[in-house]
Ligand binder design. Sequence first.
Ligand code: HEC
Length: 142
Amino acid sequence: MKKPFWIALTVLMLSGLFLAACGGGSSKPTIVRKDPPAEYAGKTNPYTGDQAAIDEGKALYTQNCESCHGTAGLGDGPAGAALDPHPGNLQQASKDASEAYLFWVVNEGGAAAGRSASMASYKGILTEDEIWKILAYVKTLK
Ligand code: HEC
């Protein structure tokens, strides 16, 4: 009597396995970024283009982020070398992800956003303003 349910479940599980197997073969894993929750959605950086804020952001970046994400934000800092996944390339992330997403990950940490827990939550360590200043600086990295 419950047969159709089991057949559907089996088909679902098999297709999941199939997809997982295919994903493993690609050389460059694509980053999956979830949409930020409602309280972050649509937030934009109040400091974009504000040079004094960007200078402050640079100093904060050097202290808090550079060890893992690298001087130019390429994800090649010495403290990140042994981490799997590697720290993200923030130059690329600034192009691909929304400001709201970047702010969410830094404020709440990687785990909250379905990313690596090696990316810590900076809530309580940096103020929201400080995080925005860092992100305004990161945006200028080339
Ligand atoms: C201990 C090492 C470490 C430090 C320090 C660190 N991060 Fe990260 N960060 C990571 C790792 C590892 C990831 C990748 C997570 C993943 O791919 O699952 C990451 C991911 C990110 C992402 C998401 C990138 C993307 O492509 O979506 C942002 C944004 C980010 N970090 C910003 C920062 C900022 C800003 C700071 C400083 C306030 C910082 N991180 C400090 C390790 C670190």
